[in-house]
Design a protein. Structure first.
Length: 136
């Protein structure tokens, strides 16, 4: 299936600890997304790859520095919103493997969900936005 990715730097705001950077990835598949921002490589996966209404989907985010070292000092949150205002939120907890964060989401409606993964670290924060299509 052909996916079109639109990468656009929305902005950067200075903070005392670093910079806030937003990336927008239109029509990106959450089951297989890799991007880099702020010196961090972000890999997102979901199981199942095609989330289904009323069943839990587990999201996994791997964070590594450009040199390959895992990012272990992050707070990671996944939020989602539908056009009608329906929303979900899940903290992604650090796993036993350094740099891996996981959490479950229960989608109660099928259709298009706009997801945001927020990563907060001592030296700054950033968000990665993507779209997920939830099936029956």
């Amino acid at each position: 299936m052909h996916r079109t990715w639109l990468r656009r730097l929305r902005g950067a705001l200075g903070t005392a600890a670093g910079a806030l950077v937003w990336w927008s990835l239109a029509a990106a598949d959450a089951a297989n997304l890799t991007t880099e921002t702020g010196g961090v490589r972000v890999e997102v996966g979901s199981a199942p790859q095609q989330p289904v209404r009323h069943r839990r989907a587990t999201y996994t985010v791997r964070l590594t520095r450009i040199g390959g070292a895992p990012v272990t000092d992050a707070r990671v949150t996944l939020t989602g919103r539908m056009a009608d205002g329906m929303s979900v939120a899940a903290p992604l907890q650090p796993s036993a493997e350094p740099g891996i964060y996981r959490g479950d989401v229960l989608f109660t409606m099928e259709g298009r969900w706009d997801l945001t993964i927020r990563v907060v670290r001592e030296d700054g924060r950033f968000e990665v936005s993507l779209t997920e299509t939830v099936g029956r």
